[in-house]
Design a protein around this ligand. Sequence first.
Ligand code: PGA
Length: 250
Amino acid sequence: MKKIVIGNWKMNPASVKEAEALLKNVAKNQKDYKNIDVVICVPNIYLSNLAKIKSKIILGAQDVFYEESGAYTGEVSAKMLTNFKVKYCIVGHSERRAMGETNETCNKKIIALLKVGITPILCVGEKTRDESHEYLNIVKKQIESCLVGINKNLLSKIIIAYEPVWAIGINATRAVETSECQEMMLYIKKIIANISNPKIAHSIRVIYGGSVNVQNSLDLITNGNTDGFLVGRDSLNAMKFTKIIQSGVK
Ligand code: PGA
């Protein structure tokens, strides 16, 4: 399966000029990005400018609202995102879940995105690892609830990003170990197989996110059974992000 590396700029950088420069710098090495999809999920306010830059880098959004239009102050619809070449959109990132996002709203957002042909990147992951392995049930429940009612044939259009909260951002305890990554990737495919069938589970891309960096990316992608990465901090540094992308290039 074609690997995918997705950058999540979060609320960065501070100016549109910096955003343009960062995208161009990542695109500099694009001739090396063979057999790999490279996506950057940017702040919506930069989309208009970034969509004008011609490159192989695909644009993504970090969130969406599930209604099509109407009196929803501050919200942006899936259809609106399509105006700016947005092909992917993160749903249910733990930073948004911390602000009130629920499995139910994630489900509505996924349905809204699929309707307009944008690929949802559904983030799931436990807050902590417990010895009784309750975290496995937490991830299972998140996936099942977020995908409830979605046509089986559309499931393969969704990307699942396993992002354990304890491995994300500056407060991360550590990154996932390769063996843990391998286990979760298989486990998630099994959950998908149970709600659909093995063929669909095989076709869905399951990726890892949380403290992915230049040091761990090659081992994770070679031995961790992952179809790619969701990268936060190191997607803000063109050199580091490029190296992470290259680790996924066969
Ligand atoms: P990080 O963030 O790479 O900075 O840990 C990952 C994410 O939040 O998607």
